[in-house]
Design a protein around this ligand. Sequence first.
Ligand code: HEM
Length: 181
Amino acid sequence: MKGIVFTEFLQLVEDKFGLEMVDQIIEESNLPSNGVYTAIGTYEFSEMLSLITNLSKNTNIKTDDLLLTYAEHFFGVLAGGYPQLIERYTDPLDLLESIENHIHVEVRKIYPSAELPTFEVLERTPDSLAMIYKSSRAMYSFGLGLMHKTFEHFNKKAVITCDKLKDDGTEVKFMIQMTNG
Ligand code: HEM
């Protein structure tokens, strides 16, 4: 997992819960990196899992809710860092439909070691999109948060429902219905 995902995560934890919480979850997690991350480095996904699990324990907030909030913050980081990837779209559904064949393809050129999910498009209509998320990291709530912000970015609204195809969250069907497009 890319370092920027860790540095932004710890910054958000500091902003929301304070520096003591950052120190606490680093101490409680078993981190080969010792909690020292650089934005361009690459680290084990298990470190993120450990940090989020401990944050969840200390705050009594479910890990999926933490991932959702984190993704809503991370969208701003991505949109600010890679505006050219987003600006070529005028419709949020076009953007989401293109994650697999355009956006994450470009991401892989920038970060060859990026660990990305796959999104398989099942159906597209002018105002809806159904696709299947697959990833061993089971970060579908992170995807959901990015989707929310994608619609906000284009001043559109949508109802997004998730249907777990596997209990562990490694395969999830997303049904996205745009409501004012
Ligand atoms: C992960 C880039 C848009 C879904 C990531 C990572 C990067 C990235 C750098 C981390 C990879 C790693 O740590 O190894 C981008 C950029 C985007 C974009 C630059 C747009 C400009 C989106 C959107 C979605 C999405 C709109 C919506 C569903 C995900 C998910 C992950 C991820 C779910 C977590 C990894 C996993 O589940 O396996 N993306 N992304 N991305 N991205 Fe994107």
